[in-house]
Design a protein around this ligand. Sequence first.
Ligand code: AMP
Length: 195
Amino acid sequence: MRLLIIGPQGAGKGTQADLLCSELGIPHVSTGDLFRANIGAGTELGQRAKQYLDAGELVPDAVTQDMVADRLAQPDAADGFLLDGFPRTIAQAKWLSAVLADRGTPIQAVVLLTAPAEVLTQRMLARGRADDTPEAIRTRLEIYYSETQPLVDYYGPAVITIDGVGEIDEIHRRIMDALRAGDAAAPPAGPSVSA
Ligand code: AMP
């Protein structure tokens, strides 16, 4: 299955993505994790991305998209994947639609995880990641609402909205039930999507 997971920081995307991937037997492709691994390993990509992660800003599309293209070309992604943290903008979504249309493997469902602002803030403060400074958190949330939330309209009926408040297992069950019920309709095809 080919899935996207979208939601503001602190909604529990990473946790739910891991559970979904083990249940569905698909790789978890997290652009944030890929960037952090490259930064940790001191690669050239990591060096190019670091300043943006530190500031909570988006890494330029060319860099991010090359990284995603390489990852999706790996054999384990041939039969499905869950993308977490990508796309984050309409431009990235259009790029992804076109790439997947070329492969004949469109996205089948988009999981939107939601939670109220107080819950998001509490979870962010609890996880203590290196780029979880107050300024970076604020910048990421602003970018989420201005750049990423419009993806919900872009993917339209393919979106399954899931309440991200509650026990981890219960939220996982909600997602699996919605996917099994086939709640999502087909997302837009790549090249036919207009500006
Ligand atoms: P995340 O782990 O998803 O919160 O991502 C951490 C950071 O990685 C973000 O604040 C961005 O700097 C960068 N990043 C992750 N995904 C993307 C993306 N799709 N486009 C641009 N930058 C990204």
